[in-house]
Design a protein around this ligand. Structure first.
Ligand SMILES: C[S@@+](CC[C@H](N)C(=O)[O-])C[C@H]1O[C@@H](n2cnc3c(N)ncnc32)[C@H](O)[C@@H]1O
Length: 217
């Protein structure tokens, strides 16, 4: 989410949730890309047979490419055109371009519009002020009968205490999202999972808030 190492104003913090901030971040030479899929995606989806998938807030496309390599037909969605352009480049380099497409959309205004997917996944999308509950509802509407929803984000943590208050409020626990999950979903996982990550060259222990649910057939 950026802004580490110095305190930022609430105004700067609010701007970091909006497209121009992400466009700028993805416009530079520096690769934010690690290429590695997210830990909880691998943990939950490795056991599923491939189908259609939607990754919202896909960034540079690491999870999209991992899914496509495993036989999924994947739509990568993000509100940043620069992010999607990078993701498309990485997908071409990984030779999976024929299995993926891209959708520029804001998750806060997302509507499934008749589309449905066997897997809807999102990692580290943090709309401010509890917005992830509404996003969870929007995403759940795009899950096909019998399909899965995976929502992963940062649990509130000391690691993020130097961030602005609005950023701390954007962190969530898996159980915070449950009011946004409609009837007809079986909750398979709703927990915080420990993970070690490296941030600005420093190794820190964090928890991934992980909600994994299956829509009834
Ligand atoms: C922290 S990055 C995570 C990228 C990727 N999911 C990953 O785990 O590496 C968050 C991504 O979500 C996108 N994003 C943030 N807010 C969004 C929103 N409201 N709608 C769509 N995309 C959004 C950003 O452009 C960025 O690519």
């Amino acid at each position: 989410m950026g802004g580490h190492g110095h305190r930022i104003t609430e105004e700067e913090a609010a701007a970091m949730f909006e497209p121009p901030s992400w466009e700028q971040r993805y416009s530079g030479e520096e690769e934010v890309w690690s290429g590695n899929p997210n830990t909880q995606l691998v943990a939950e989806v490795s056991g599923l047979g491939p189908g259609t998938a939607l990754d919202v807030g896909c960034g540079e496309g690491g999870d999209v490419i991992w899914l496509a390599r495993r036989g999924w037909r994947v739509t990568g969605a993000d509100f940043s055109a620069n992010g999607l352009a990078r993701a498309a480049r990485h997908a071409a380099e990984a030779r999976v371009a024929d299995r993926v497409d891209w959708w520029q959309v804001d998750a806060r205004a997302f509507t499934a519009g008749g589309r449905s997917y066997d897997l809807v996944t999102t990692h580290f999308l943090h709309p401010p002020d509890g917005g992830m509950v509404q996003v969870t509802t929007r995403l759940s509407e795009a899950v096909a009968p019998g399909g899965h929803l995976l929502v992963v984000g940062h649990a509130p943590s000391e690691v993020f205490t130097q961030l602005a208050a609005s950023h701390r409020r954007a962190m969530f626990l898996a159980e915070d999202l449950l009011p946004g999950l409609p009837d007809g979903f079986e909750i398979l996982v709703a927990e915080q999972r420990p993970r070690t990550m490296t941030r600005d060259g420093v190794t820190v222990d964090v928890h991934d808030s992980t909600l994994f649910a299956r829509r009834a057939t």
